[in-house]
Ligand binder design. Structure first.
Ligand SMILES: [Fe+2]
Ligand SMILES: [Fe+2]
Length: 508
């Protein structure tokens, strides 16, 4: 075998490998065009892909290259008919080796359009136009190469001097490019299919999460925003050149993985009792109504005793304070934290006893009401909190049931660890430090930040960013969140990188 042929075989092999490894359609098209130009020493080339538009097939002008001229590129659609050279090839499925584009054989009925050459001060001498056929022999695109040069690296000058540097495309080249084009066509189809499956899965997942989020109006949109932030966070970590994570790089697949983990991290909330999930205050509106009725009843009763002069000193005090007590209870009901003085006051109010309508001795607040009003932090009792916490376990179990591709196999683990803490005090597993993946540590930060700053919670105004950062900081000091990641989050202002309004459709 001659040296040149050996070199060509090597080159073809390399292209084959590069093509089959590429999952991005645009990059795939670039490789096909650029490598074909290189093998044939072509000065220019273009690639058209068959696309449907309003029910009809067209050739979409996808990419173009010219080694000697620069010009602006615009995608356009070309009809699949015999009025253009590429259209002709797409219809007949035959390749065209035009030795002189100004002397196209009559029987083809084709004319070369010179307007483009004039525009860029160029001259096209010859052309090799090859159909790209898939394994069924169907056309998926057209590859157009032009001006084969004596040397690939030479630049073509003035239009009138161009013909001197041009030589003919050989039959061998036609065949090589034809076979390369079919290989590319098959890969293109595969990539398109892969792309479609990805899009199908992404849109299905997003639709499902949107539906789930809609059930919980208090956190609607939370997961989508978290996923948006997560992508930006991962991209930033790839860029930074300081700290513990400077060498850390997420691949495109890993970014997609963290996106899905973020999107689905709370999917387990589907298993949590709605009353707990939607609880917005310590006590529901209905329960508060009952309390109001009870307070009113006691007030009326004491007023009557007062009129009849059958009231004790203690009762007199209760009567004078009862409106304030009720006011106090309504305020407590909406508070996020209570202190010890408030706790004592609640228990004092709860301990007031009286005979109710049914003649039974009753406390002004029953045990359930007092317990809920005395929750130190948040609005869930210990029991309710335990059930709420189960959502992570449910998330993990639901996601474990999905047959993920190799690229996304860690989604259940990442999603299932978003409430783990560095010091091991998190849930469900109580794992710590190195046992928690970096992705889960990122989600932990974003989850808290998003929950605090969310704009669409009906019961509370969004917290200013700086205050939310303060809370994150105290979580870092408590050894709950990863300090390095927190530093990156704040320093690089990750929260400003994702704008929901602009990113309705997340490209991953
Ligand atoms: Fe969660
Ligand atoms: Fe969450």
């Amino acid at each position: 075998m001659e040296m040149k042929e050996k070199q060509l075989l090597k080159e073809l092999n390399k292209i084959g490998i590069a093509l089959s490894a590429e999952k991005d359609i645009d990059k795939l098209l670039e490789i096909i065009l650029e490598e074909s130009m290189k093998i044939t020493s072509s000065d220019g080339g273009s690639l058209y892909i068959k696309e449907k538009f309003e029910g009809d097939d067209y050739l979409q002008f996808k990419i173009t290259r010219n080694k000697s001229r620069r010009f602006p590129f615009k995608e356009f659609l070309l009809p699949m008919d015999k009025n253009s050279i590429s259209g002709y090839v797409s219809i007949t499925g035959e390749s065209l080796n035009l030795k002189d584009v100004r002397k196209i054989p009559h029987e083809l009925g084709l004319r070369h359009n010179e307007s483009f050459e004039k525009q860029i001060d160029y001259k096209i001498v010859n052309m090799l136009v090859i159909p790209m056929k898939d394994y069924k022999g169907e056309i998926v695109g057209v590859l157009q190469l032009l001006n084969k040069k004596k040397e690939y690296d030479m630049k073509l000058g003035e239009p009138e001097t161009i013909p001197e540097s041009i030589i003919e495309y050989t039959k061998d080249e036609e065949e090589i490019i034809l076979s390369l084009a079919s290989q590319a066509a098959i890969l293109l189809e595969r990539t398109k299919l892969y792309d479609e499956i990805q899009k199908l899965f992404q849109s299905f997942t997003e639709a499902m999460v949107t539906t789930l989020d809609a059930r919980d109006t208090t956190t609607s949109g939370h997961s989508r925003r978290l996923a948006g932030y997560a992508i930006e966070f991962a991209k930033v970590i790839n860029k930074i050149d300081y700290g513990r994570y400077k060498e850390f790089k997420f691949s495109e697949e890993e970014i997609r993985e963290i996106y899905y983990a973020a999107l689905l991290h709370d999917v387990g909330k589907i298993g949590v009792n709605e009353g707990i999930l939607l609880k917005k205050n310590r006590l529901s509106d209905e329960k508060m109504e009952t309390i109001k009725y009870r307070f009113n009843y006691l007030k009326k009763k004491l007023e009557l005793s007062n009129i009849l002069d059958e009231i004790s000193e203690t009762e007199k005090k209760i009567l004078s304070d009862i409106d304030l007590y009720y006011q106090f209870i309504t305020e407590i009901n909406q508070k996020g934290f209570i202190n010890e003085i408030e706790e004592e006051k609640i228990s004092k109010i709860a301990s007031i006893e009286f005979i109710d309508v049914d003649g039974k001795l009753t406390n002004l607040l029953n045990e359930f009401e007092a317990e809920n009003l005395m929750i130190k932090r948040g609005n869930l009792t210990d029991e309710e909190r335990a059930e709420m916490n189960l959502h992570v376990t449910y998330s993990y179990e639901i996601l474990k049931g999905i047959i993920w591709t190799e690229d996304l196999k860690n989604v259940p683990e990442i999603a299932g660890s978003h409430h783990e803490k560095i010091d091991g005090s998190g849930y469900p597993k109580g794992i710590k430090e190195e046992e928690i993946s970096i992705q889960a540590k990122m989600l932990a930060i974003l989850d808290i930040f998003e929950a605090l700053t969310a704009r669409d919670r009906p019961y509370k105004p969004p917290m200013p960013v700086e205050k939310a950062i303060d809370i994150l900081k105290s979580e870092v000091e408590l050894q709950h969140l990863d300090k390095e990641l927190y530093d990156i989050f704040v320093k690089e202002r990750i929260f400003e990188l994702y704008k929901e309004e602009l990113n309705r459709v997340v490209r991953i």
